[in-house]
Design a protein around this ligand. Structure first.
Ligand code: ATP
Ligand code: MG
Length: 315
């Protein structure tokens, strides 16, 4: 089947603190600007694998926006759903690592161009080309954005399309009420759910409870496929009839941001293209490893040939 995968959400530039624990309260050096935004990284990874990818977003009429659109277009993403707004600037994020697992962000998102995205920016004729819609929880930072997501969910589902959902929770955003309210609504429409292991308690996994029991509840609720990302420890796949587990590749971590997005894009696009879940999981695991080996969130997206070569070198 020819799948066209659509995503909606933030398209940003990211600046990365050069030193561990650098923080944002004293002058320091940063790498960047890098193209970023979880849905944008996802869309870029889908396109680099050779699948049809469409991103709806907004940027400002500035160099950041130009750079982002040029990168996505170069990598094969359909950028006709990206609006250039004259009255706002492109969104940005600053990131500083405390450790590999812990990082702090300062986001300029709700007040940036992508924060002004509304359902009206989602062109119906473009949307009609999509048979799959991927949602990043990090994008649900305004009622406007949630409305746009609703429009896409209803459209894609009315044509028997499918929905995937990666909660992608950022602690800096948890106090945004729009976000947590929307999570429950989205789960009702989710076919492929892709949380990180650190997010499971937010979705009701209680301390000491078996992961399998928690997964069973989601499957009973109508989520067809649950894929759990475990960072360096790999990932797992569950459905009513199968489960598969992969260990993480022992690779050097240069920059973990974007691993989950590349992993998700690789799993979703290969699975929708008809590959067995186990194959899609293995390729996604390799794709996540390749992502953390490059500095910059979108710099580590890979082609099929690159993933195949990596898997051959690391049997
Ligand atoms: P993010 O939101 O920061 O992009 P995430 O929390 O959604 O990340 P992770 O679990 O960090 O997702 O990473 C996704 C996948 O990438 C993992 O399941 C694994 O396959 C791979 N991966 C991530 N970190 C590592 C690591 N340190 N070593 C090996 N593989 C990794
Ligand atoms: Mg993530």
């Amino acid at each position: 089947m020819n799948v066209t995968i659509c995503t909606i959400g933030e398209l940003l530039v990211e600046f990365l603190a050069k030193e561990a624990n650098q923080g944002f309260s004293r002058p320091g050096e940063f790498w960047g600007p890098y193209p970023s935004g979880a849905p944008a990284i996802f869309a870029d990874q889908v396109a680099r694998l050779g699948y049809d990818s469409l991103l709806f977003s907004c940027v400002g009429n500035d160099a950041f926006g130009e750079m982002n659109i040029a990168r996505l277009a170069r990598d094969g993403v359909n950028v006709s759903g990206i609006s250039v707004l004259s009255k706002a600037t492109t969104g940005s994020a600053f990131v500083s690592y405390r450790s590999q697992a812990q990082r702090d962000f300062i986001f300029n998102m709700p007040n940036s161009a992508c924060g002004l995205l509304t359902a009206d920016h989602i062109d119906e004729s473009l949307l009609n080309r999509c048979n799959h819609f991927h949602i990043m929880g990090s994008s649900l930072f305004s009622f406007r954005m949630v409305d746009a997501m609703r429009k896409a969910i209803e459209n894609v589902k009315s044509r028997n399309g499918t929905v995937s959902f990666d909660p992608n929770i950022r602690k800096e955003m948890l106090n945004i009420p729009e976000m947590s309210q929307a999570f429950e609504y989205i789960l009702d429409y989710t076919d492929i759910f892709l949380p990180s292991d650190g997010e499971l308690d937010y979705f009701g996994l209680s301390a000491g409870q078996q992961e399998q029991k928690w997964v069973d509840k989601l499957l009973a609720r109508g989520v067809g496929h649950v894929v759990i990302k475990r960072g360096a420890r790999g990932a797992s796949y569950y459905s009513a009839s199968e489960q598969h587990h992969v260990a993480g590749y022992p690779v050097e971590v240069i920059d973990p941001t974007g691993a989950g997005d590349c992993f998700g894009a690789t799993f979703v696009s290969m699975f929708l293209a008809g590959k067995p879940a186990e194959t899609a999981l293995k390729w996604a695991n390799a794709s996540g490893s390749l992502a953390i080996s490059q500095r910059g969130p979108m710099e580590g997206t890979s082609t099929k040939a690159q993933i195949a070569e990596f898997m051959q070198k690391h049997p």
